[in-house]
Design a protein around this ligand. Structure first.
Ligand code: ATP
Ligand code: MG
Length: 399
């Protein structure tokens, strides 16, 4: 029995003349995710994409799992490929769906006939196939409103396809269709979610992570790489820049008022990340800030941070409660890693009483004590680059 994977593109169908290039990107990303599983042939017809395995031993459940993480796909399923002949459709449906139908109490049949030359109309297919399956599985009853199993038959250009388990896709639009953004990622819960959310809107990601050895450990860095690896299942490969930040933090500690420490540090982070944007062609910064969550995320503090940014700063979780962010983190598989207790450079030298309503002029005044161009240059000269992919092997895997 021949099987393949059917994918329905969602929002892409609304893209008018650009639709072809969105679909091409989607196929490129799908191929990227399936490459290590084996050879597939991809083709498209009538807002459906097909991934056809070229080798019998390919793990199709794993392929479906991976494709369910590719943005631009609204729904997907494994389907059996059948000759466009009604008797054949009946016998194959019986065989292919036996397991599902034996475990179900109720079912219905849905037919979609895009090949109008097929002699039976959709309602006839539903009725006749439904009758046939009732005979074959006498314990079943028809329920058109809330069936346990919906048997779908699609009569298309090249063949008929039978399936019963359509799954929701990742939604969104294909990664790469909205340019590139530089994600400032910590080891926390919020920033991996922020990266996922912008990738969902088509942004390719590069990532910037600041480390402060010896105050932060190698394990903290590995934890961030593991988070990025998880995000890359959705966002595809992520060029990652690890930036040593110890000297910057010590300079701020030694020369600036303690109450401004965090906000000045964040302004420097933004400037380093902007320089990385220039190097990589990224058009925006992405952070995991949420209004009011901590002292550096009051509206006044965010305004002071934004004042050094020349590119847009996207903060997709800005209006979300922690609980809502955690729900997404759980869904995308980053939560368990995020809560591992390794220190972040943001928690090094945190002020006892940070100013929650800083004034930009005061901050700028305090920064006069620093050689900012020199510090930026030093950071950028010592960046470590790592290409993070879903298959990246890490020396330590946590959680
Ligand atoms: P998160 O859960 O993402 O760590 P948070 O609630 O802990 O967020 P902060 O520690 O104040 O908040 O950080 C706010 C944002 O600053 C983070 O979401 C992230 O975008 C960025 N950030 C914090 N620490 C780092 C770091 N070490 N490297 C890069 N970006 C960072
Ligand atoms: Mg944090």
């Amino acid at each position: 029995m021949k099987e393949l994977i059917l994918m329905k593109s969602g929002e892409i169908a609304l893209k008018g003349l650009n639709r072809g290039s969105f679909e091409d990107l989607l196929i490129k990303n799908a191929k990227y995710r399936l490459r290590s599983l084996g050879k597939f042939r991809f083709f498209k017809a009538q807002s459906t994409l097909y991934a056809e395995p070229q080798d019998e031993n390919i793990d199709l459940d794993e392929a479906v799992e991976r494709l369910s993480q590719v943005f631009g796909i609204a729904a997907l399923c494994r389907a059996c490929v059948v000759e466009k002949d009604f008797d054949h459709i009946c016998s194959q449906a019986k065989e292919y769906l036996a397991q599902d139908l034996l475990c179900a109490n109720t079912f219905k049949v849905e037919a979609k006939r895009s090949d109008k030359s097929f002699p039976m109309k959709s309602p006839d297919i539903c009725r006749e196939l439904g009758g046939f399956l009732l005979e074959q599985f006498p314990h079943l009853q028809v329920d058109v409103h809330e069936p346990d199993v919906t048997v779908t038959v699609e009569i298309r250009d090249f063949a008929a396809y039978i399936h019963a388990r359509q799954l929701p896709g990742a939604g969104g639009i294909p990664v790469g269709s909205s340019g590139k953004g530089a994600l400032l990622i910590s080891g926390g819960i919020d920033s991996p979610v922020a990266g996922y959310m912008m990738a969902k809107r088509g942004m390719q990601l590069c990532a910037v992570h600041f480390v402060s050895p010896p105050y932060t450990s190698d394990r903290a860095k590995l934890k961030v790489l593991q988070l990025l690896k998880q995000v890359s299942r959705y966002a595809m490969g992520i060029e990652t820049f690890i930036v040593p930040f110890t000297h910057v933090q010590e300079e701020i500690r030694d020369h600036c008022p303690e109450e401004f420490f965090t906000i000045i540090m964040r302004r420097l982070m933004m400037q380093v990340a902007q320089a990385i944007c220039e190097q990589t062609g990224a058009l925006a910064l992405i952070t995991g800030e949420s209004v009011g969550q901590v002292a550096s995320q009051t509206v006044q503090a965010i305004a002071c941070t934004d004042a050094v940014c020349q590119v847009p700063v996207f903060r997709p979780v800005i209006g979300m409660d922690k609980r809502e962010i955690v729900a997404v983190a759980n869904r995308i598989g980053t939560f368990e890693t995020s809560i591992l207790p390794y220190e972040d450079c943001c928690t090094v030298f945190t002020p006892r009483h940070p100013r929650t309503r800083p004034k930009l002029a005061e901050i700028q005044q305090a920064e006069q004590a620093l050689d900012i161009p020199g510090l930026l240059q030093e950071c950028l000269a010592n960046v470590e680059k790592i290409w993070v992919t879903p298959g990246l092997e890490l020396e330590t895997e946590f959680a």
